[in-house]
Design a binder for this molecule. Sequence first.
Ligand code: PLP
Length: 632
Amino acid sequence: SALYRIDRWGGPYFSVNSSGNVSIHPHGANTMAHQEIDLMKIVKKASDPKDQGGLGLQLPIIIRLPDVLKNRVESLQLAFELAIDSQGYPSHYQGVYPVKCNQDKFVVDDIVKFGSAFRFGLEAGSKPELLLAMSALCKGSPDSFLVCNGFKDAEYITLALIGRKLNFNTVIVLELEEEVDLVIDLSRKLGVRPVIGMRAKLRTKHQGHFGSTSGEKGKFGLTTTQILRVVKKLAQCGMLDCLQLLHFHIGSQIPTTALLADGVGEAAQVYCELVRLGARMGVFDIGGGLGIDYDGSKSPNSDVSVGYTLEEYAAAVVRAIRSVCDRKMVKHPVICSESGRAIVSHHSILVFEAVSASKNSVPQMTSGDLNYLIERLPQDAIVDYQKLSAAAVGGEYETCLHYSDQLKQKCVEQFKDGSFDLEQLAAVDGLCELVYKAIGASDPVRTYHVNLSVFTSIPDFWGIGQLFPIMPIHRLEQKPVVKGILSDLTCDSDGKIEKFIGGEESLPLHELEGSGEGSYYLGMFLGGAYEEALGSIHNLFGGPSVVRVSQSDGPHSFAVTRAVPGPSCADVLRVMQHEPEMMFEELKHRAEEYVLDEGGHGLDHDATANGLACSFHNMPYLVNSSCSLTAA
Ligand code: PLP
């Protein structure tokens, strides 16, 4: 397991058990031994056919763990409470979850449920997100913040104002100066006193990939000049008391607490200035940015790691605000954060199968084959071959590679000329492979084909090269003997994973044969934030099946509380405006026209129509042989 660094990125939720499987600790460090869940048991329960006691779901599968989500929300709250207590900070922490990180209904509902005791709220960045947040908060605390971020039109602002009428604690955060005119105008028309926040554009700049939202050229927020104009405008129309919250966001994955403290300190100065200018300030919203250590390196120098813990993050925030407010003698604000990644990353695991692996193709060649081939080589290629052999005998690695390249190139030219046939070309390739093997230069990395779409399930890997921990979830008691890269099902060369945490260009893997149960299962961890929300349907691969699994005190230590198959072929076709029902009718007609009824042999009309119906009904991923096209 050290090979996959699970001891570094997995804690406190994932480890390897004595059976060599990944084990889940649903309550983090508070998990008792009998509450641990063997991940393979969940996969088996989810994917076994229904007649064998399983749920008959197809892979890939997302396994959602609400207990982990609860532990994350509580740990964040606890970290801030601890920092507030130990530093004697005179106000409280009240966080929100930015729903854009994962808008899944159950994820949002769970967060509202687990956080309602401490007034944990939601953040929305668009109209549909605001609608879902309002609906979810019906079951939450009325004091929870509902922070409305993002670009806003009249309709968005109207909805947020209606939200206040409905007794939600909505705060309209101005991202652009113009929004203030709409807020003033619409709140008067609707007779609603708004609570207004303002997003400040800070000078503090986060240099990593996720920092492009920060700094003076950042996409969002108000500059100092704009802040002053907005304050003036609000004062002129008697609404300065509505301005109560200051927000900023210096980017996701903030690498160090030093940078964090710098940004928070700068924003705290802006906050104190707003107090001085007469706004009725009360809330300091530090945005997102609490990072995840995806590779377990605790290194602030990469986008996939951060150099602090949850507790250190909270302590740095509280200290920086306190210090500025103390100096300016300003009443200490309620601290709000919009941590998304840090709340939802751990709670879901994507499980997929390796369906085949490339073979290393070193040919079997007799000396007769070799002589036959050499006789046919063009004259100058024979010279290369002789130099190649001499270099191989002398163990001269670089020279060998040089002459084998030359040899190959000349033979390819012969082939293009038509004077070499396909067998001859293959033989030359084989000859070079033999030499590579003899000098230890053959590429030992094999390609494992996985039942997955990178574009659907790991879009940040494709889009921004973000790395996630990926590893086999069983057979971990056996030494992996192969180095592999992963290639997905899409017809796109970008649909490949050939970079892994720790700077590795391959993953230690087991031979596919010998999996016992027939399948070789891999898991991608820490992908609960952004990946599902950003995923596309490239090549019309839709999302995975989803199961929701809670720890239970029953015999298996877990209970599946929800199981949903992923989108079918018909579902994904509909997304691109196709009409599966009409398509089916059209193809059925064609079957009537072209398929001859051969008296019970082969495919008759009905069987053809049945096969077509199944194709529309099944998920686009590879189906196990146990799951044949029989149901209409
Ligand atoms: N708040 C705002 C305004 C954001 O833009 C983002 C994401 O970039 C977040 C919160 C969530 O950030 P994170 O996932 O780093 O916590």
